[in-house]
Write a protein that binds this ligand. Structure first.
Ligand SMILES: [Zn+2]
Length: 316
């Protein structure tokens, strides 16, 4: 085994380590939330569908608007109370996707998707967690305007953290969908796959939704078997990452591969193969001879792969 080179300080995982205090105790007090919105320093993230609205800047853009600025852009479909940052309230100001699209014509604004913002570092990194929070909740509202129990129109309450049905009295809460994302490995080799959606050079961890009645460990084993035909044994939890595309929580794991012969599910993956530690190291350092890469540092897959490469995880 060759000694591994120093990959440098660990980059920050995107959308994590929010500095916002969610202040959930204020959500039921509509008057208090309205008062907060009038406070100096109150700010709102303006989001319409996949479009995040920012004031153009250089080198970084500014995604935080005053409440008056946000209202002037377009009236809110919903307003979400995100919490408080150093005493300053923060809100999510929802637009229709069409309204966000229309703002693209303005020269002083930049409207683009959150993945691009995170990967290209278009805003100061502390803005990513509250934008992820706002985007996920606003997406949930856009798809839960009617009661799933009786079909009546629901109304937004609790600062945007619940919708109530006036007819059958059901209460609906924003949901998070758990996804396992895992790196199966055996000794000096790990299993990476390629989705047809990836940029042509990128290989990453396998991933899939946890199904109802399924443990995280069982989901890791099932998805790895279904997508690549590999049987896994032990599963170790690594870390999680909010993934607001639209409302997932990525649960990062390492898994012990017990078999070696790969059978690729072509419905899910374009390819899957074993990579040696030497090859993965070159991919992480962007020095692979064929230009192959791992996902960027904002994504948890990068961290899962790096932890395995740096021998933080071993099933030996
Ligand atoms: Zn109902």
């Amino acid at each position: 085994m060759s000694p591994r080179p120093d990959l440098g300080p660990k980059p920050r995982l995107g959308y994590c380590d929010s500095r916002i205090e969610r202040a959930a105790e204020l959500r039921t007090d509509a008057a208090a939330i309205e008062g907060l919105a009038r406070k100096p320093g109150a700010g709102a993230y303006v989001i319409g569908g996949e479009g995040i609205v920012m004031k153009k800047g250089s080198p970084l853009n500014e995604p935080l608007f005053t409440i008056d600025e946000a209202n002037a852009l377009s009236p809110a479909t919903e307003t979400i109370f995100l919490g408080v940052l150093d005493g300053a309230p923060r809100f999510g100001h929802g637009l229709t996707p069409q309204a966000a699209e229309a703002l693209k014509s303005r020269g002083d604004l930049l409207v683009t998707d959150l993945r691009s913002i995170a990967v290209q570092g278009l805003v100061e990194q502390d803005h990513l967690p509250p934008i992820a929070e706002a985007k996920a909740v606003l997406h949930w509202h856009a798809r839960h305007r009617f009661c799933s129990n009786c079909g009546s129109t629901t109304r937004i309450v609790n600062g945007g953290w619940r919708r109530d049905c006036p007819q059958c009295k059901a209460e609906h809460f924003p949901r998070t969908d758990p996804v396992v994302i895992m790196l199966a490995s055996s000794g000096e080799h790990c299993l990476l796959g390629r989705s047809p959606r990836f940029v042509p050079t990128m290989w990453s961890c396998l991933a899939g939704f946890i199904e109802p009645g399924e443990s995280m460990e069982d989901a890791v084993r099932r998805e790895t078997r279904e997508e690549a035909g590999i049987t896994c044994g032990r599963v170790a939890y690594f870390a999680t990452q909010p993934w607001p595309f639209p409302t997932s929580l990525m649960i990062g794991c390492h898994a012990e591969a017990l078999t070696h012969e790969i059978v690729v599910d072509r419905e899910e993956l374009e390819g899957a193969r074993w990579f040696s530690k030497d090859e993965v190291e070159r991919m992480l350092m962007r020095k692979h001879p064929q230009g192959l890469t791992t996902p960027p540092p904002v994504a948890i897959a990068h961290h899962i792969i790096r932890a395995w490469l740096e021998d933080e995880i071993s099933f030996d």
